[in-house]
Each structure stands twice: as C-alpha cells, then as structure tokens.
Design a protein around this ligand. Structure first.
Ligand code: ISE
Length: 336
C-alpha cells in the first residue's frame, strides 16, 4: 500500500473545517496531497490554496470532482450543497470524505444511500470524527468487551462557550446534538427510535430565539435511554462528556484529565479545551488518515452513508420534538 501513488484530493469548501483538513492533508497526513481547492469565495479559496503547495483553485466544484488530477474528494461545503456534489462523486466513482451532514434532510440522505448501494461498493465516509477519538474508541471497546455489563443509560453533556449570532434552535440539534446521535449509535450499536426535548428555564444570557440549555432524550431499539444536555452559550469553554451506566459499573470520558496540572502554589487543576477543533484535533487527524488509507485501497474506513442517513432521520425527529414539545418516533427506511 505504501508505494501506491499519493491520493490527490479535491477539497470543496474551505471554511473552518475544509481549511483545517487542507492543512492536515498538507502537513501531517501520509499518502495524500491536496491538488484542487474550491470555495464559494474565490478569495478564500486562493488564501487556503496558498498554504497547500501544489494545489490549484477551480471556480466550479463539479470541475474539481471530475478533474484528471483528482482521485478523491473531501466535501466540506454547506449541507444543502452536499447531495448534488455527492451524486457527482458517485457518478465518477471517487472516494469521498463528507463532513456532516450527509445531506440536511433524511429523504435526500436516503437517496444517496440507495445510489451508493446501486454501485455495490462503499465510497462515502461521513465525518463523524468522534469515532476516531481515543476516548470514544476505548469506551466502545469497554462496552463491547462486556466491561460494564449491559449498558442501560447514557448521559451526554455537550457545551459550547458561545455560538454565532445566526445559530437557531434547529442548529442545536442538527449541528451539535447530531454528534450525540452518532455517538449513541456508535457506542450502543443500535438505532435510536424516539426523541424528546425538554426546555428548562433558559439562561438569561441565551441568544435570542434559542431555548438554551435543553435536555434531549433518546430511546433506543432495545429500550435504553440517553440523556443529552445541550448548552451552547455557557460562556465557559468546550465541554463534551459521555457517561455510560451499565449493570456492572459506569464509565465516563471527556473529563480533560490529561490536562490536570499540579502547581507549586499547592493548587491542582487544568484547562478545559477552548473549542471543538482543540478537543477533537487528534480525532480529525486520525479520521483523515484512516480515510486516505482506505481511499487508496478503494474503500472507506469509518461511518458510511447509512450512518449519515440514520443521523439525519433522528435529527429530523429531534427538530420536530423541539418545535412541538412532543415525543417523536423515528421511522427509518429499509437498509439496502
Ligand atoms: C460544531 O458544529 C461541530 O460540528 C462540532 O463538532 C461540535 O462539537 C460543536 O459543538 C458544533 O458547534
């Protein structure tokens, strides 16, 4: 595998994540380089391309997907652009790493699932990076090895210090809780069947239009319950914790324990990670390397289109639960 030629990657969309992945592919990832960059803003594309030697800018994403010097595509454009771009990638048969969401609606996500199934090979990996975080990997293994006995309840905390002014209640589910949706499916290895959202007294500092924090509840196929505290305007730092309570014990990750410092003045403590790129940097890099290695072999190594579709369907139910205050059941289509 190592003497295979480098994977030549087109990066579509170089906002925060696209630019992060471009830098990673350029500086750390083995066996890949960025050859083509596209962005809605040509100035932004040029700026990021200048940091990726050997890359060129194209004005049209579809030109990038179909370029002769492109073997694989990293889709980091806004969600509504994904469906058409993914279809073009499948038509050309190139491997893809698609940042979440696969597509914004479950209906279109399912179309992508069916189209890929029709090709008979997995080409699209979805960017649920927590699956590459060492702590989540260890927790999943502990559960799978029976270390906690039967897992009964999962408690998740997802806190952001602040969000951009245009952040909406729907985005609390689609952009943030979607990670707990995937985490639940990853850790428990089963589907989520219903969602509820409870709105405590909102923080007086909560951005207009949001009910912040919220407690979101998932029920799973086997009857397990997952609680998610989503709080996007804490003013503190980035805190993502997950605790699994089983019949024979419990385990928690995300405690920032690797950062505990003991100082000469007799204090102990540490820094909480400031943002998601800092907290999950290792996971993003591991995700990218796994994708590159798999793409060079013509496959994927991580969550696929079904995971993207299932997350979209649960998120849709979650948005409905937030809007109506009702318990909303999730109806998944048949898995091809
Ligand atoms: C952001 O949209 C993300 O995708 C991050 O992964 C998530 O952890 C963060 O809270 C979201 O705001």
């Amino acid at each position: 595998m190592s003497d295979a030629p480098d994977l030549r990657v087109a990066v579509l969309g170089v906002g925060q994540m696209g630019a992060y992945h471009t830098a990673s592919l350029t500086k750390h990832t083995k066996g890949a380089r960025v050859t083509v960059i596209n962005d809605f803003s040509p100035e932004r594309a040029e700026e990021v391309s200048a940091q990726a030697p050997g890359s060129r800018v194209v004005a049209d994403p579809f030109e990038g997907i179909n370029a002769d010097d492109v073997d694989a595509v990293l889709v980091a454009t806004p969600g509504p652009a994904h469906e058409e771009q993914l279809r073009a990638c499948l038509d050309r048969g190139v491997p893809v790493l698609c940042e979440k969401p696969l597509t914004p609606e479950s209906k279109t996500a399912y179309e992508v699932v069916k189209k890929e199934a029709g090709l008979g090979r997995q080409l699209i990996q979805v960017g649920f990076m927590r699956r590459f975080d060492t702590e989540y990997v260890a927790l999943r293994k502990l559960i799978a090895d029976g270390g906690l006995g039967n897992p009964l309840v999962v408690h998740c905390t997802h806190r952001n210090p602040k969000v951009l002014p245009y952040f909406t209640a729907e985005m609390m589910i689609n952009d943030a809780v979607v990670h707990e949706i995937d985490t639940t499916r990853f850790l428990l290895d089963e589907e989520i069947t219903a969602v509820q959202a409870i709105k405590p007294t909102p923080s007086s500092k909560c951005p207009e239009g949001l009910s912040d924090p919220m407690i979101v509840l998932f029920e799973t196929e086997s009857g397990r319950v997952v609680t998610v505290e989503i709080f996007v305007s804490t003013g503190v730092a980035y805190e993502v914790r997950t605790e699994v309570v089983g019949e024979d014990g419990s385990a928690m990750i995300g405690l920032d324990q690797n950062l505990v410092v003991k100082s000469r003045d007799g204090h102990w403590g540490g820094r909480i990670t400031a943002n998601f790129v800092e907290r999950f940097g290792q996971a993003y890099d591991a995700e990218l390397q796994a994708w590159v290695d798999a793409a060079r072999a013509g496959t994927i190594d991580g969550p696929g289109v079904w995971d993207g579709y299932a997350a979209a369907a649960v998120a849709e139910a979650g948005v409905q639960a937030v809007q109506t205050g009702q318990r909303v059941e999730v109806a998944l289509e048949a898995r091809p």
